[in-house]
Design a protein around this ligand. Structure first.
Ligand SMILES: Nc1ncnc2c1ncn2[C@@H]1O[C@H](COP(=O)(O)OP(=O)(O)OP(=O)(O)O)[C@@H](O)[C@H]1O
Length: 334
C-alpha cells in the first residue's frame, strides 16, 4: 500500500475546509499521516521535508494537498523534482482552479482505491518565471496585468470571507473585476517568443497558462494541456472597459478566443516587457511588480511533477523510467 501523507490547510475557503476535513477524515480507513499547516508557507516546508525523506529511503509516497490553489501551489513547489512523490488533491478552497484542470480525489473512496492500487500516474509540466526581482513557479497560470491586480485585491479583502460564508467563493473574482476595471490603466507590452518579437498597445492582461482555467473557473486558455511540454500566452488588448466585461463573461465558456482583441500563442517560453509598474501573479498569489523595460521571462519545465490517479493519457511514458533516468533523458533531449 502506498504511503500517504495528507497536508491539510484548515484555513482554506476562509476556514470552511476544517469541517470538510473532519468529514473526509472520518470516512478514511487507510493508514495515513495528517499534517495540518500552521502558517502560510508551511505546506511548502512540509512537502520539501517529505520529498527529502522519500529520496533518502528510495520510497514512493503520495502527498495529498487538502486545500485550495494556494495549498497545491505550495506543495508542488516544495517537492522540487522528486520522482518518488505523487501529488493528489482534494478541492477545499474558494476558487479551486487546480481541481478543474487536473484530476483529483473527489471523495475518500477515490483516494482509498488509488492507495490500494496506485495506477494512472502521469508527469505534468511546471511553469516558471524569472525577473530582476525574483523567481516564481506556477502550476495553473501566471501573469501580468489586470488579473494579477484583481488576485491581489481578492487575497487582501475580507469580502472573500463574506462570499465564502454564503458558498459563493468562486464569484469573488468576478466581483472584484468590476472594481479593479475602473482603477486599472492598460499598458504597452513587448513579447519575445522563441522566433518572433511583437508589440501590443493598450494591454489589460497577459496571462501564461499551463492548464485552461484561472480566476475561479474562467476558461482563459482552452488549448492548454498540462502535460504537452508547452505553455500558452493570452494577451487581451485594445478594447474598451465595457467590451472587456463582455470578454470576461465569454471566458467562462471559452468563447473569448474568437475575439480579435484576444491573441493566443503557444510556445516553450515568452519574455514579456512592459512600460509600467504592473502587478504579477503566480497561481493567483501576488508575485511582485514589473520593473518598466525589464523583461519577465516565462518558461515551461516539461514533466517536473507526478500527478496521482491521472485520468487522461499522459504525455510521457512514466512506467518506462524512474526520476533520475527521466531527467537524464530530458537533458539529452530524447
Ligand atoms: N494555518 C494557517 N494560517 C493562515 N494561513 C494559512 C495557514 N495554512 C495555510 N495558509 C495559507 O492560506 C492561503 C489560502 O489557502 P488556499 O489557497 O489553499 O485556499 P483558498 O484561498 O480558500 O482557495 P483558492 O486559492 O482555491 O481560492 C495560502 O496562501 C496558505 O499559505
Amino acid at each position: 500500500m502506498l504511503k500517504t501523507k495528507i497536508i491539510v490547510n484548515l484555513k482554506a475557503r476562509n476556514g470552511k475546509a476544517e469541517k470538510k476535513w473532519d468529514r473526509f477524515k472520518s470516512k478514511l480507513s487507510i493508514p495515513f499521516e495528517e499534517h495540518i499547516t500552521l502558517y502560510p508557507g508551511h505546506a511548502r516546508e512540509l512537502a520539501e521535508e517529505f520529498a527529502f525523506e522519500a529520496q533518502e529511503r528510495a520510497e514512493d509516497v503520495l502527498i495529498v494537498a487538502f486545500g485550495g490553489d494556494g495549498t497545491v501551489h505550495e506543495v508542488i513547489d516544495g517537492i522540487g523534482e522528486s520522482g518518488y512523490i505523487r501529488i493528489g488533491a482534494v478541492p477545499s478552497g474558494s476558487g479551486n482552479d487546480f481541481h478543474r484542470g487536473f484530476t483529483l480525489f473527489k471523495n475518500p473512496s477515490d483516494l482509498e482505491k488509488y492507495v490500494y492500487n496506485p495506477t494512472g500516474d502521469a508527469w505534468m509540466d511546471l511553469g516558471r518565471f524569472f525577473s530582476e526581482t525574483g523567481q516564481y513557479m506556477f502550476v495553473n497560470s501566471a501573469g501580468i496585468g489586470l488579473d494579477a491586480y484583481i488576485a491581489h485585491k481578492v487575497n487582501q479583502s475580507s469580502l472573500k470571507k463574506a462570499f465564502n460564508s454564503v458558498y459563493l467563493g468562486q464569484l469573488t473574482y468576478s466581483y472584484f473585476l468590476f472594481q479593479c476595471l475602473l482603477k486599472f490603466r492598460p499598458f504597452n507590452l513587448t513579447v519575445q517568443t522563441e522566433s518572433d518579437k511583437m508589440t501590443f498597445a493598450n494591454v489589460w492582461l497577459a496571462t501564461v497558462s499551463n492548464q485552461p482555467y484561472f480566476g475561479g473557473g474562467m476558461k482563459i486558455s482552452p488549448k492548454s494541456e498540462p502535460d504537452d511540454g508547452q505553455i500558452e500566452l493570452t494577451v487581451v488588448h485594445r478594447l474598451s472597459a465595457m467590451k472587456l466585461l463582455v470578454m470576461f463573461i465569454s471566458v467562462f465558456f471559452g468563447m473569448h478566443t474568437k475575439m480579435k482583441e484576444v491573441t493566443q500563442l503557444t510556445g516553450k517560453s515568452f519574455s514579456l516587457t512592459v512600460d509600467e509598474v504592473i502587478h504579477r501573479h503566480a497561481d493567483g498569489e501576488y508575485a511582485g511588480m514589473t520593473i518598466p523595460y525589464q523583461e519577465t521571462r516565462f518558461e515551461v519545465k516539461p514533466a517536473r511533477w507526478k500527478l496521482a490517479n491521472c485520468k487522461k493519457k499522459a504525455g510521457l511514458p512514466d512506467q518506462l523510467f524512474n526520476g533520475e533516468e527521466r531527467m537524464e533523458k530530458m537533458e539529452r533531449g530524447s
